[in-house]
Design a protein around this ligand. Structure first.
Ligand SMILES: [Fe+2]
Length: 205
């Protein structure tokens, strides 16, 4: 496992705070402990992923998105104080804060080897190869510093992208670009949800 410099975060959110469905970047495994309050989690398999925002980790879904059990393999549950969950890399999660004050500890690490056994695992290594080959993509889409991917940077970048051919990388580029019409349709709703998320993130009294 590769552990980055600051591998733990404290989340504080008020009731009603909701994350956009997303999977964590940097191929992170997560461990999340509920300390105060209660959270509802909707976790979706990386083999039935929701559509993604082009090049990014958040899902491209509108405000009224419903998880159709015939399309998505998902599981819904709640965490209460004392619960610790393990969220393997690429598991899409949407998290609702249920109590007036919700406090969680979150630890992350990145496995040093890729895992291409899922649709999102394959997408991630293709995107790592794209980011390595066309660094402009990093500037345009990613706030994080690619050169420290997963805490170890170049070594992990090379390991994750090693099996991806140029043809496969270009197919990925085309697939991501094909998401733009849907992004244009949903942009306003996504922005509203993202603003709501930022406004209330860490905002507990
Ligand atoms: Fe997350």
């Amino acid at each position: 496992m590769s552990v980055r410099k600051s591998p733990m975060r404290l989340f504080m959110q008020p009731r009603g705070h909701v994350t956009l469905p997303h999977y964590d970047g940097n191929s992170l495994h997560g461990f999340n402990q509920q300390v105060i309050g209660k959270k509802k989690w909707i976790v979706t398999s990386p083999n039935t992923p929701l559509p993604n925002i082009p090049f990014m980790f958040a899902s491209l879904v509108g405000k009224n998105f419903k998880y159709n059990p015939r399309v998505y393999d998902f599981y819904e549950f709640e965490t209460v104080p004392g619960d610790l969950i393990f969220l393997p890399r690429y598991m899409v999660h949407e998290v609702h804060s249920m109590e007036p004050v919700n406090l969680n500890l979150n630890w992350v690490c990145t496995p040093t080897s890729p895992n291409e056994s899922s649709i999102l695992g394959r997408r991630e290594v293709e995107i790592v190869k794209l980011r390595k080959t066309l660094p402009l993509i990093n500037k345009a889409f990613f706030p994080d510093n690619f050169s420290s991917y997963g805490g170890q940077g170049q070594e992990l970048i090379d390991r994750y992208s090693r099996e991806v051919s140029n043809t496969r990388m270009l197919k990925r580029l085309v697939k991501e670009l094909a998401g733009y019409p849907r992004l244009l349709v949903l942009a306003k709703q996504l922005k509203e949800r993202a603003n709501e998320f930022s406004k209330n993130n860490f905002n507990v009294k």
